[in-house]
Design a protein around this ligand. Structure first.
Ligand SMILES: Cc1cc2nc3c(=O)[nH]c(=O)nc-3n(C[C@H](O)[C@H](O)[C@H](O)COP(=O)(O)O)c2cc1C
Length: 204
């Protein structure tokens, strides 16, 4: 493994739980692949622009000039050059934050990263592992420890499906749930995340 693409999606810097745990994931990847370098594309500090009219019209026209896709092309090439991807994302309103959705809208591009066929959309990119660290204030994989029902989760199924759509089929989620519910809950979330990380990438 030569290159790891790191996509931080929280604006909270050192206060961020997903960014903090992503450092552990990156450290573990460095243990496994000491020669790998990390390229960081900070989606929260420098978010991709929203899809505009030129982009929207361009994807409808197979002969469109490349101009509307300059930003898209830069982000897709970063992805193509990476042997692994680490996404660190908060849950915002049951789903991905807007900055991550903006990146998705730039990299999931017809005739470039997927094709549309009678059998459905087929990914064009080569598979590579994607490690997704998710931090959420509450719980979505099941009820809270006090019995509050699980909240809806439009983040993990969506991210898995959209990454699969462009060919990235090896997607590992490491979740930290209940991180805003006091120090004991945070500690539990981090220790569960460490167990999950050890299963995915055993310590060396
Ligand atoms: C705009 C916004 C929406 C949020 N929506 C949810 C939510 O739907 N479910 C949840 O469990 N937590 C939600 N939270 C809480 C965050 O997921 C939580 O603060 C998490 O720690 C953020 O990740 P970070 O610490 O890496 O920044 C929301 C926070 C913000 C700012």
């Amino acid at each position: 493994m030569q290159q790891i693409l790191y996509l931080p999606c929280s604006p909270r810097g050192q206060m961020s739980h997903c960014l903090t745990f992503a450092e552990e994931v990156l450290a573990r990847l460095r243990q496994h692949f000491p020669a790998a370098t990390v390229q960081t594309r900070h989606l929260a500090c420098d978010p991709p622009g929203p899809v505009d009219a030129a982009f929207s019209n361009g994807i409808l026209d197979p002969d469109s000039p490349p101009l509307p896709f300059v930003q898209s092309e830069i982000l897709i090439r970063e992805l193509e050059q990476a042997d692994a991807v680490v996404i660190a994302t908060p849950m915002h309103n049951f789903t991905v934050p807007a900055v991550l959705k903006a990146w998705i809208d730039q990299v999931v591009r017809i005739r470039r990263t997927f094709t549309s066929t009678p059998e459905g959309k087929i990914g064009i990119l080569e598979d590579r592992p994607v490690f997704v660290v998710v931090a959420s204030g509450g719980w979505f994989s099941g009820p809270s420890p006090t019995g509050t029902p699980a909240q809806p989760d439009f983040l993990t199924p969506y991210l898995r499906i959209i990454l699969n759509t462009i060919g990235l089929r090896t997607v590992h989620f490491i979740t930290l749930e209940g991180v805003t519910r006091g120090p004991a809950m945070l500690e539990k979330a981090v220790s569960l995340a460490r167990v999950a990380l050890d299963c995915i990438l055993p310590p060396r």
